[in-house]
Design a protein around this ligand. Sequence first.
Ligand SMILES: C[S@@+](CC[C@H](N)C(=O)[O-])C[C@H]1O[C@@H](n2cnc3c(N)ncnc32)[C@H](O)[C@@H]1O
Length: 217
Amino acid sequence: MDRKLEPELMEDWKQVQAYAEADFSEPHHNFVTRICEHIGFDFSGKALDLGCGPGNISFQFAKTFPRCQIDALDGSKPMLDYGKNTCPNALIKQINFIHAKLPLSKPPAIYDLIFSNSLLHHLPDPQVLWQTIKQCAGKDGSVIVMDLLRPMDEKIALQLVEQYANNEPDILKHDFYHSLLAAFTLDEINLQFAEAELTLNIQQVSDRHVLIKGRVT
Ligand SMILES: C[S@@+](CC[C@H](N)C(=O)[O-])C[C@H]1O[C@@H](n2cnc3c(N)ncnc32)[C@H](O)[C@@H]1O
């Protein structure tokens, strides 16, 4: 099945609210655990969350690494506003929200760690993510990216929606289905690395997720 793009930014207020209020605690916890495995538990550097949405992963990351600073970046103002308004007081000093749409004309800073969950499939041109990572990563900077994988056909996409989002509001089911159709395959992502001249480890970690990690040398 060919890739079918979905709207790049999530700017519709109802969509933002449904996404922000959905219970992604398990996948987000899982992602932060994978970050810990990748960078160790004593990280104290500067991190960048690309496509941070309402900020839940940044919040969890900041709690896990109280000595680090995070720039949480998103192109959608409603998403960022939601994140700013719900950021726990204890984390306000650690998290800096940046309203910016990739590609960036210049990096906001140089980072020891760049992470991103569920941004890649939103981008019409995937090189925008890989080039931003190259632009923003410090020497030997760590990278960890999680995203959806595009299923073989629409029937399988519908089955995945039924299996994993059956009890969610219609708007979330709609977004999940269209995100699956907009996602990349493992082969496509490997080709993207070759084009970007990045050597990253890629692994399918569930029936619908890919995990990418490594260092920008
Ligand atoms: C599916 S959400 C993921 C949010 C968050 N990372 C999470 O896992 O909960 C994707 C986010 O990427 C943002 N986004 C899409 N394209 C972008 C771009 N070119 N630059 C910055 N943000 C972008 C969207 O606005 C949206 O908030």
